[in-house]
Design a protein around this ligand. Structure first.
Ligand code: ADP
Length: 400
């Protein structure tokens, strides 16, 4: 591959080719950050690895011309990419994950790539037009920090590309995130959500949490800008080892793995919301007994009502229902403006009343806290169990 600029005609042909190739990719996601060193490449790589482990076909593309790091994080530094029939063959990292980095085209891994803006743009476009990805569920693109040529080329070239923004919680990083948000708005690139990395440190000896770079800044920024918040990842020495050893996931603590999985679940949830045009604001009702889901819908002590806006819980209230009488409680629940209800079981009559009022009923939820249930529901992990709906879990017919 050479760093040549193209004529107008070649440019147009290349654009057509890029769009044809990328039509085979369902979700194109560029991972951005305002600053360097906030863990953008680490998160891009982990997103790709977690998604591929979940069974999705994933491509990971490193467009960081000056500081490519994805190959190092995957442990394949020094690996040369094959070019067959003028097409770059991505490195098959696993059955479901292929990777391409400019690193793979260098003679020596430590060779610097020295080129200015227009050459860099043409290099990235060539990358996009020459890689034979095949059919993919996700293409994760790791771009350098800031709002320079690389993210701009991706935004302008990759039709349908969406952004994930990574930040650390402290103000100096957040100030640059605001620039990334403005950038996405200017180039009309939808933002799937914000991830807060290095959010806190849990001491492995005493288990105490220390907010070394503060905590919650990314979450607040997401809420201020009404952008979905995808989750927080703690500071984990295992992440450094995993990156340095080129063995993603291996050295992560189970706490970090859970957090990363939560971020992936949120990402999928947000994409589903966007795709299906699901209502942006939900009010989810859950019947309660002693703070957990009660399997007695018609005879529960209280109801939790949880408001979710753009995938984030923004309000939680607990209300006492009126005394039990046929049909009263479903009507009361609907009167609260509820859009969804999670129950263990519910009779048909109650379901019909709720559905007629536009409330979505999900039966078969386990007895858990409202926050846990909503999180499972939003990540698509609560499955409607039809046979739980004829009776509540105590075996009582529950048609009121
Ligand atoms: P960026 O792509 O934003 O420049 P990197 O992903 O290269 O940042 O990460 C920079 C350094 O920070 C790497 O050494 C990486 O292992 C480390 N790192 C990233 N996220 C975490 C984390 N959550 N905990 C500990 N170290 C981290």
């Amino acid at each position: 591959m050479s760093c040549n600029t193209t004529t107008d005609q070649e440019y147009d042909l290349q654009t057509v080719k890029i769009n044809q190739l990328l039509q085979q990719v369902n979700h194109k996601i560029v991972v951005m950050s305002g600053k360097g060193g906030v863990g953008k490449s680490t998160i891009a790589t982990n997103l790709a690895v977690f998604l591929s482990n979940q069974g999705y076909k994933v491509g990971l593309l490193d467009v960081d011309v000056h500081g490519p790091s994805v190959t190092g994080l995957l442990g394949v530094t020094g690996l040369k990419l094959n070019i067959i029939d003028n097409q770059i063959q991505p490195y098959p990292y696993s059955d479901n994950l292929k990777a391409v980095s400019i690193q793979g085209l260098l003679n020596q891994p430590d060779d610097p790539i020295i080129c200015r803006g227009p050459i860099k743009i043409s290099l990235i476009r060539q990358f996009l037009s020459d890689v034979n990805w095949g059919q993919l569920d996700f293409l994760i693109i790791d771009s350098p920090p800031g709002t320079g040529d690389e993210p701009l080329t991706v935004a302008q070239t990759v039709t349908g590309c969406q952004a994930v923004i990574v930040t650390t919680p402290q103000e100096i990083a957040l100030a640059d995130v605001r620039k990334s948000i403005h950038f996405c708005q200017k180039v009309d690139m939808p933002i799937i959500g914000i991830i807060e990395n290095m959010s806190s440190f849990i001491c492995p000896s005493c288990g105490e949490q220390h907010d070394i770079f503060k905590s919650g800044g990314g979450k607040k920024m997401a809420s201020d800008w009404n952008i979905p918040f995808l989750g927080q990842l703690p500071i984990d020495q295992g992440i450094v080892s995993a990156g340095d050893d080129g063995k993603p996931i291996n050295s992560l603590t189970s706490h970090t793995k859970d957090k990363m999985q939560g971020i992936v679940d949120q990402l999928i949830h947000q994409l589903t919301i966007k795709e299906k045009g699901v209502e942006k604001t939900m009010k989810i009702a859950i019947p309660l007994a002693k703070g957990k889901l009660s399997t007695h819908f018609g005879h529960c002590e209280q109801f939790a009502f949880i408001t979710v806006e753009n995938g984030n819980i923004t309000k939680q209230e607990t209300l006492t229902p009126p005394p039990h009488a046929p049909g009263v409680i479903p009507k009361w629940v609907a009167d609260q403006g509820c859009t969804d209800i999670l129950v263990g079981g519910m009779g048909e009559a109650a379901q019909t009343i709720l559905q007629q009022r536009g409330v979505k009923v999900l039966c078969g939820s386990p007895s858990d806290t409202p926050a846990n249930l909503v999180s499972l529901y939003l990540s698509g992990k609560l499955v409607n169990t039809d046979n739980a709906c004829d009776h509540d879990h105590e075996g009582h017919s529950c048609s009121h």
